[in-house]
Design a protein around this ligand. Structure first.
Ligand SMILES: [Zn+2]
Length: 463
């Protein structure tokens, strides 16, 4: 049993009930343009869907999971009233890519047309959706041609509120599309300059909770979709805190937020989803590790394994392989909407299109392929979850066949998920300066010459 909660949030969450689909048949028809919904009455229920994203939260630091390295009673209590997914992974090891995936249900990709071509890093923020964009993803991360989760929810009759503390999600990137109200935490005051590379104590959970409460106080409806994105755990490094302690401290603030919702009766008949956008590397080291922290290259499991807790329970199996892009469909289901997201990957597949590697997983087998030179790596995640034994070094016949099959599939996905390379704009001077400041490029002459080893460890990125 999960640790009993210490906060009042426990009581309210205990009464959480699954969303009741009212009038969704018409809403679904509306979504497909079958009927006009202009005169549909507003939903009469007070159902709510609450999506909490804890930036950089590793699954093994949530005590709803066995042998956790931190205690998280507030999260655990939500888990005790619902379902803990044991096999959830991030679509990518960076905020912009994974959140673009969660919001669209699509696979983020920085493929450029063929598997060995240079990656076109179109701008500082890669969101992996530029293949749908007219401008190659230069200005807007989530192209307007791609429907979003918030638009789904709005169409289903929910009032939509987003409260986000990660600047990479701020306007005009497109993550706000579909939200009736979109609150960006820690914006500079009048006359102050906005600098996304600097940490800010104004972006803590205290401020998220405060602004969230304020926004809810003037809600036009009790029937809402709330998305809150917290940055406290991510900032453990910037504020030189212990990771586990940061998680525990954040959990207390999350408990306060649930207390507030409970006090306002907003946890009744609510569905709560708690997850993260990606994990983090801590003490782990690997022979072929290229970078530290959560930047992947390649993507080992600590940067991919994420918690996923849903209350009340869904009808999906708890061990179902669930990627960031699958969460959109899960929430559509909760709202009674049809799942109309194209399936780009098989149910057991994961494809991570990185700058220096392509990482592919099919069930238990995971391979990592350097883009430019070097041999691939192969891991058996069932027998070797710590990815210590590279089976590609002296492959058996079975392992060699697995590698060949992965290569063929990667080539196929690479073509399928290619960016519109012809539309990829050149780096602007401003982008080039940002990349250099973050350690991505060494000289101004080295166009797209990303330094192998990638981001410097002290880069103050928000990913
Ligand atoms: Zn992140």
């Amino acid at each position: 049993m999960p640790t009993p909660p210490t906060s009042k949030s426990a009581k309210g969450a205990r009464h959480a009930l699954r969303v009741v689909a009212l009038g969704f048949a018409c809403i679904a028809a509306c979504a497909f343009g079958v009927v006009s919904c202009a005169e549909e009455p507003a939903p009469k229920s007070a159902d709510r869907i609450i999506l909490i994203v804890v930036d950089t939260l590793r699954r093994d630091h949530v005590s709803a999971y066995p042998n956790a390295k931190a205690k998280t009673p507030s999260i655990d209590h939500i888990a005790s009233t619902g379902q803990t997914f044991t096999n959830a992974v991030s679509a990518f090891h960076a905020t912009t890519m994974s959140m673009a995936s969660l919001f669209t249900g699509l696979t983020p990709s920085i493929e450029a047309g063929s598997n060995r071509q240079s990656v076109k890093w179109n701008t500082f923020v890669a969101c992996g959706m530029s293949r749908f964009s007219e401008d190659g993803g230069k200005k807007i991360c989530i192209p307007s041609s791609v429907p979003t989760l918030a638009e789904d929810m709005k169409r289903a009759g929910y009032w939509t509120l987003g409260v986000v503390a990660n600047e990479l999600l701020y306007r005009p990137s497109g993550y706000d599309r579909g939200f009736d109200e979109w609150v960006e935490i820690g914006l500079p005051g009048p006359g102050e300059e906005r600098n996304i590379f600097e940490s800010s104590p104004m972006r803590t959970a205290k401020h998220v909770n405060h602004d969230l409460e304020q926004a809810l106080a003037s809600r036009p409806s009790d029937h809402f979709f709330l998305y809150a994105h917290y940055l406290d755990v991510h900032d453990y490094d910037l504020f030189e805190r212990d990771y586990a302690k940061s998680v525990e401290q954040f959990d207390r603030w999350l408990g306060k937020m649930f207390d507030m919702l409970d006090a306002n009766g907003l946890l009744d008949r609510a569905t709560v989803i708690i997850t993260s956008d990606h994990g983090e590397l801590l003490a782990e080291t690997y022979p072929n590790q290229n970078t530290g922290k959560h930047f992947g290259n390649p993507s080992f499991q600590p940067v991919l394994d994420i918690p996923l807790i849903v209350s009340p329970a869904t009808n999906r199996p708890s061990d179902q392989f669930t990627r960031s892009q699958d969460i959109r469909g899960m929430i559509q289901e909760m709202a009674g909407l049809p799942q109309a997201v194209p399936k780009e990957l098989g149910p057991d597949e994961l494809f991570i299109s990185e700058m220096f590697f392509q990482t592919y997983r099919d069930g238990r087998w995971k391979s990592q392929w350097p883009r430019t030179q070097g041999a691939p790596h192969l891991y058996d995640l069932v027998n070797d979850p710590g990815e210590k034994s590279d089976l590609a070094r002296e492959p058996s016949q079975e392992h060699a066949a697995t590698l060949r099959a992965h290569r063929i599939r990667i080539d196929e996905l690479s073509r399928q998920l290619a960016t519109h390379a012809s539309q990829a704009p050149a780096l602007s001077d401003e982008d080039r300066e940002r990349l250099r400041a973050l350690g991505y490029i060494e000289t101004t002459d080295d166009a797209f010459g990303m330094k192998s080893g990638s981001k410097s460890s002290d880069a103050k990125s928000r990913e």
